[in-house]
Design a protein around this ligand. Structure first.
Ligand SMILES: [Zn+2]
Length: 257
């Protein structure tokens, strides 16, 4: 049976971070993803060290979500360079925060075929991994499965990056449902044989193009997902990205018992 850590996306501001971690701990949640989605707002190394130490003491596993505006397969080289810089800045802060994973959206197809886009994105990941290693940052890059069919990040594309670079990954189960209109549990199980999984979840609205909106997580959706996850033998961190990420994480955790 899998072990599953539950927690929200969103830690709150620097000033509230430690009290929010205490709240999560009192609610028995054991994970939290810091949303650097509009940039790394924790800028000071001392702040990061304090927040990281508090999370560790409270038994909360921290991860980071990198900014949305990255594209490792842009047609413009400057945009690829800027994207790598943004992700690496998250890695640096993540290292001080004692966060173990930086989740990011790998990029767009930019009129290229999947294979061509994969090669470019793989190059970017390998370059960033070299910088991470050189700086001795203890953190893993995790490209995410994406919810829109016209965005790079299918199950196979993400699994391919993992296979070829040794990077981590983020399985967003809501995105999978939106992209394929199916849960694809068996495909996911095959594509990611690794013991440790990082995952996102929430309710989702979608159409034929894929993801439209994240919404509250319905109990029946949680139950379907948890039945699958519990039947595996993994160490899973599942971050809830619904409009009520703490409330929905508590529901998920209670259903996983
Ligand atoms: Zn994401």
């Amino acid at each position: 049976m899998s072990t599953i850590k539950f927690g929200p996306s969103g830690l709150g501001s620097v000033n509230e971070a430690i009290s929010n971690l205490e709240k999560l701990h009192s609610l028995r949640l054991t994970a939290c993803e810091i949303a650097f989605t509009y940039g790394p707002y924790i800028k000071d190394k001392e702040d990061a060290l304090k927040i990281g130490a508090a999370a560790k003491k409270l038994g909360i596993y921290l991860s980071i979500h990198a900014p949305y505006y990255v594209n490792l397969n842009s047609k413009e080289i400057e945009k690829i360079e800027a994207s790598k810089k943004r992700i690496l800045k998250c890695c640096e802060m993540g290292h001080w925060l004692d966060a173990k994973r930086v989740v990011f959206h790998p990029g767009f197809y930019s009129d290229m075929k999947s294979e061509e886009a994969s090669i470019k994105i793989k190059e970017g990941i390998i370059e960033m991994m070299i910088t991470i290693k050189k700086n001795k940052w203890d953190i893993e890059l995790c490209p995410e499965i994406m919810g829109k069919v016209n965005v790079f990040g299918s199950i196979d594309e993400i699994a391919g990056l993992v296979e070829e670079t040794g990077c981590g990954f983020c399985i967003d189960f809501a995105h999978v449902l939106a992209r394929y209109d199916e849960h694809k549990f068996e495909e996911i199980k095959k594509a990611f044989p690794q013991k440790k999984w990082h995952a996102h979840f929430s309710g989702i609205e979608y159409n034929e193009k894929g993801e439209r909106n994240h919404k509250l997580t319905e109990v029946k959706e949680w139950k379907t997902l948890l039945k699958f996850l519990k039947g595996l033998d993994k160490e899973i961190v599942i971050i809830c990205e619904s409009p009520d990420p703490v409330g929905d994480s508590i529901v998920g955790k209670s259903l996983a018992k």
